[in-house]
Design a protein around this ligand. Structure first.
Ligand SMILES: [Cu+2]
Length: 144
């Protein structure tokens, strides 16, 4: 067997093994990609609606359904402290907000009290990248 054929066979086997291990293939996260809050800041006390601005570096924003290398769309995790599940689409519920049109900010009406916010990028299929591009979790206090 030629060396090149052997390498191709090995790569195919690795690909099959990777796909079998996850429910969906995860798009690779570009090295150095990071998502973060422009606002609010951790510990901020806010009266009224909470304006959330998403910061992203090392990768780009593309709408859901657009499979383009080194891109994804934002997800906002509200009062959620579980780590992302590898290879599974991010749920869509009150704790997981999708911004599949490529939005980079939103406004939340949160009940008075403490809330946590965290940003998570998802690929064209809403699956977290590998490794996940996940922000710090910030805590805000909404004043009555
Ligand atoms: Cu999504």
């Amino acid at each position: 067997m030629h060396r090149r054929h052997r390498i191709v066979s090995l790569l195919c086997l690795m690909l099959v093994a990777t796909v079998a291990a996850a429910e969906l293939p995860s798009a690779p996260a570009p090295a150095g990609a990071a998502v973060y809050f422009i606002s609010p800041k951790d510990g901020e006390r806010i009266r009224g609606p909470v304006v959330v601005r998403f910061g992203l570096k090392g990768m780009g924003v593309a709408p859901a359904g657009t499979a383009k290398e080194a891109t994804g769309h934002h997800h906002l995790l509200v009062d959620w402290d579980q780590p992302p599940v590898k290879g599974e689409p991010i749920p869509s519920d009150a704790h997981h907000r999708h911004f599949g049109n490529g939005q980079t900010e939103t406004t939340l009406d949160l009940a008075p009290g403490r809330h946590t916010l965290q940003l998570l990028m998802g690929d064209a299929n809403h699956v977290p990248h590998e490794p996940p591009v996940l922000s710090e979790r910030v805590t805000v206090e909404v004043l009555p």
